[in-house]
Design a protein around this ligand. Sequence first.
Ligand SMILES: O=P(O)(O)OC[C@H]1O[C@H](OP(=O)(O)OP(=O)(O)O)[C@H](O)[C@@H]1O
Ligand SMILES: Nc1nc2[nH]cnc2c(=O)[nH]1
Ligand SMILES: [Mg+2]
Length: 195
Amino acid sequence: MGQFQRIGRRTVEAADMGGDLEKILLTAEQIDARLAQLAAQIDEEYRGRDLLLVGVLRGAVMTMADLSRKIRIPLEMDWMAVSSYGSGTKSSGVVRILKDLDTDIQGRNVLIVEDIIDSGLTLSWLRSNLLSRGPESVRIATTLRKPEAAKVAIDVDYVGFDIPNEFVVGYGLDYAERYRHLPFVGTLAPHVYGG
Ligand SMILES: O=P(O)(O)OC[C@H]1O[C@H](OP(=O)(O)OP(=O)(O)O)[C@H](O)[C@@H]1O
Ligand SMILES: Nc1nc2[nH]cnc2c(=O)[nH]1
Ligand SMILES: [Mg+2]
């Protein structure tokens, strides 16, 4: 059983990671409630149409699992793995496909599912890559969006939360592959990254 721990003004069940965190930006309950709203919107807007969710490994695993379980209309799922961050906290700017889709998306309504849009590099690259395959439509759903993303001209149709320009972990997001399993989103204490 995790311990309850006070971080900033919030009390969370922080398991053993509590000491690594500086503050909690979003609790599991806040994320859950917001994803339910997005799912209802997706139900409404895709009703009667084909829907293929494309999760972007590995960060989007939590968002995909939680968002998809709240969507009531029929859907299919596929996954792509791309990486632009390596083990650091800055985008390298180079997007690599580590795993491609198994599905032919020609004529399909694709909804890309992401955990975060930060510089927007990953998604602007991915969106044009998928558009070149002849889908009926490509839209984007993300749990988090940072202010930098506004500089890249990509329309994001479903946004959970606009968050400040800080490096966050949890809910799928890692620092050197750790913290992805935290059910909430928080920032790291300086001692963790040597700050
Ligand atoms: O908007 P951007 O600045 O491009 O950043 C967003 C992307 O960065 C992270 O993935 P990452 O490449 O670190 O791989 P991961 O999903 O496996 O953690 C995150 O999951 C997004 O996919
Ligand atoms: N963990 C993590 N990965 C990211 N990838 C792009 N932005 C972020 C961020 O703030 N945190
Ligand atoms: Mg990712």
